[in-house]
Write a protein of this length. Structure first.
Length: 710
């Protein structure tokens, strides 16, 4: 039975990437300390290991490149070559080439498909590392045998399969596929949901027992046992949750490791001297979040080198050190990790930002003069904003900081900007430790319950109706001398307003995103609870104001509010209002749809699909409310569920079709009821289309609507 090399490819790729990362790190250090023999010896060992494992697994071309690197480093170690920038650049090109060769499957055999590229690379290394007459003298050169010994065995001694090991793995550690951790995380979350359900059952039994003496006697022992089991499950769940989270947490050194090399290359390209200082590498963060942070951090680093750090001559003229400093740091603060990128460069030119915003039509010149520092910095994150006059590889191709903010927002984080003219800028990114399990504040609005992530909650207060004022057409209150904009959560999702007019006191949740705060007016505060966050799929994932969902103990699905998006919708009015002065376009009248659906998540899904297609949507929570709304105005289309409180969809359809106003208005039934009898009842009631939720698609719904009303 032959040796199946393909089984080891994944292991080989992971190990080689780690060897290359260590080579990159040590090569940066060697460039600053060219006489450090220990660094040279380590680099040779890494190159030798890559050469051997590549040859063994069948990547001949990679083995050739690694061999050329090893030979060049050996000449430096023997004193035949004095290390210079050209040597370092050539070695970095080899380090960059190897991952490309790994992903090129034609390197499986010795067909020579990649040989021209590899031969050119090897010749470059050989040419750069031509032996020079050492100033140190022949007597100071170590013997060749000693240099070889420090690098390992000769190339002929190719390692056996069992010798291909992962250097960074410490004793007792293994590699785990992230998908397996995700599955374990989901199971942990389901256990937590079951535990919460058990809590509720236990409480329910206790309440029933208190209402009847006989039941109390019969159930007392059962309740005691349930309490013990509940405590045990609580202990196990908490322990499992903690351990699963620890498995997913990795050091940000994994994230920061590639940035020193990137800073070096970018600085060289721009002709600047830049040093990067890294702090807090031991800080841990969820692997899924770390994977998403590299792009935003890299973008900010590019901006710092291109726009922030001055050329060496300019820095010297200003009395600054010739070498610019970029500091990249990470620290944990509560349930968040704070990542900062700061530089000691020019800082943000506020006047230039104003001019560019006016020039690009983002704001009017009059409004630009009224903007404060915070609002000026907000302009940096607007789509299409850039101060670049020419496109470069460093600056990118017109993709601005709006992408950074969008990516961080997707992680449920925020970005803050601070700058001092002439002294530098600081970008602060705050992201949660993990996106899996989080503590939330539950609130009720209408007949719905929502979860507010606790990291966005500042405080809860009660507001009297008489305290509410209208400022620039929006409700607000004065809280400790500051204006606090108010937003009724019922209005955000078109929920029932019953009883609102009679209320004299409102619960308000003060929430914050970046430096902006608003008050969310709700019907009830239900308390705090730990939840398992579930991502939303399909069109619902794009609904603004919703970041995910969770399942609570009684089986209900609770939507999780996206506080940064909600706050942005309220607080960004200042920026959105100061659009470039132009004649407003005439408003196009949208066709209106009455949507009767008692499940909020389904209603939001359908509403999002319809609004994306250009319809104006009004939601009713049951058939009775839909009939009342239909009596007040005529809609162009009605979409209804079947099973709803007070009045079902069949009755709603029947009553509407008897009304002369709705005789010709199409009605679509969207339901889980699949039987032929139900379909017949719906059509007999007057429905024009019958769509099963099990077969529901956005395209199918819109095609049906197109057929009915064009």
């Amino acid at each position: 039975m032959g040796f199946n090399k393909r089984k080891f490819i994944a292991q080989y790729k992971a190990e080689t990437q780690e060897h290359l990362q260590r080579m990159s790190d040590r090569l940066l250090l060697l460039e600053k300390n060219p006489d450090d023999r220990s660094l040279l010896e380590t680099l040779m060992r890494e190159a030798h290991t890559i050469k051997g494992s590549s040859a063994m697994i069948g990547y001949k071309r990679i083995a050739d490149v690694a061999h050329a690197m090893e030979d060049g480093l050996e000449k430096v170690l023997e004193g035949k070559v004095k290390l210079e920038k050209a040597h370092v650049d050539a070695l970095f090109r080899c380090i960059d080439a190897i991952p490309l060769l790994i992903e090129d499957k034609v390197t499986w055999d010795d067909s020579g498909v990649n040989r021209p590229f590899v031969d050119e690379l090897c010749k470059e290394i050989e040419g750069v590392f031509q032996e020079q007459v050492s100033r140190r003298g022949e007597e100071k050169r170590p013997k060749k045998s000693e240099a070889k010994k420090s690098a390992g065995e000769p190339v002929a001694a190719i390692p056996k399969p069992e010798a291909i090991t992962s250097a960074p793995l410490t004793e007792g550690s293994i590699r785990v596929d992230i998908r397996k951790l995700d599955k374990l995380m989901n199971l942990s979350g389901e256990l937590l949901i079951s535990k919460i359900r058990l809590d509720e059952l236990s409480k329910s039994l206790s309440l029933k027992a208190e209402s009847d003496v006989q039941i109390r006697e019969d159930f007392s022992n059962l309740i005691q046992e349930l309490t013990k089991v509940d405590s045990s499950i609580d202990f196990i769940t908490k322990g499992l949750e903690d351990e699963v989270l620890r498995l997913r947490m990795i050091s940000v050194a994994y994230l920061f490791g590639s940035f020193p090399r990137a800073v070096r290359d970018l600085a060289n390209e721009k002709g600047k001297d830049v040093q990067i200082l890294i702090k807090g590498e031991e800080t841990e963060l969820d692997k899924s979040i770390i994977d998403e942070l590299k792009g935003p951090i890299m973008h900010i680093l590019r901006n710092a080198i291109d726009h922030g750090i001055e050329p060496p001559e300019e820095r010297i003229a200003k009395g600054k050190p010739r070498t610019g400093l970029i500091t990249l740091s990470a620290s944990q603060k509560g349930s968040q990790v704070v990542i900062e990128v700061s530089d000691d460069g020019n800082g943000i030119d506020r006047e230039r930002v104003r001019r560019e915003a006016v020039k690009r039509g983002l704001i009017s010149e009059e409004k630009a003069r009224e903007l404060g520092d915070e609002q000026i910095y907000s302009l940096l994150f607007m789509p299409g904003f850039s101060t670049c006059e020419t496109v470069t590889e460093v600056s990118g191709r017109g993709v601005g900081l709006d992408v950074v903010r969008e990516n961080i927002s997707r992680l449920k984080g925020i970005v803050e900007v601070y700058s001092t003219p002439g002294q530098g800028s600081r970008f602060v990114m705050k992201v949660p430790l993990t996106l899996g399990i989080t503590e939330s504040l539950f609130v009720a609005c209408g007949n719905e319950t929502f979860a507010l992530p606790i990291e966005n909650v500042v405080e809860t207060i009660r507001v009297n109706q008489g305290e509410i004022r209208t400022i620039e057409g929006k409700e607000a209150i004065t809280l400790r001398g500051q204006i606090l904009p108010l937003l009724r959560l019922n209005d955000v999702f078109n929920l029932s307003q019953r009883g609102i007019a009679e209320k004299k006191v409102f619960p308000v949740v003060v929430v914050q995103s970046v430096e902006k705060r608003i008050g969310l007016m709700v019907d009830l505060l239900l308390g705090r609870q730990e939840i398992v966050r579930k991502n939303l799929n399909g069109p619902l994932r794009n609904v603004r104001g919703i970041s995910g969902a969770t399942i609570i103990g009684d089986g209900r699905v609770i939507l999780i509010l996206d506080v940064p998006q909600i706050v942005e919708n309220v607080e960004s009015v200042m920026i959105k209002k100061v659009q470039f002065a132009s004649k407003p376009a005439p408003r196009k009248k949208h066709k209106t749809v009455l949507l009767a659906e008692d499940t909020l998540s389904t209603a939001m899904l359908e509403k999002n699909i319809l609004e994306s297609a250009g319809f104006s949507v009004v939601i009713a929570r049951d058939g009775q409310e839909a009939f009342e709304k239909a009596s007040q105005e005529r809609f162009d289309l009605v979409i209804t569920d079947v099973l709803m409180p007070r009045m079902d969809g069949f009755e709603l359809t029947l009553r509407l079709k008897k009304d002369h106003l709705y005789k010709d208005v199409p009605i679509i039934i969207v339901t889980t009821r699949e039987s032929e009898a139900n379909k017949r009842w719906g059509l007999e009631a007057g429905a024009d289309a019958y769509i099963l939720k099990s077969e529901f698609t956005a395209e199918g719904l819109l095609e049906t609507i197109e057929r009915l009303i064009g």
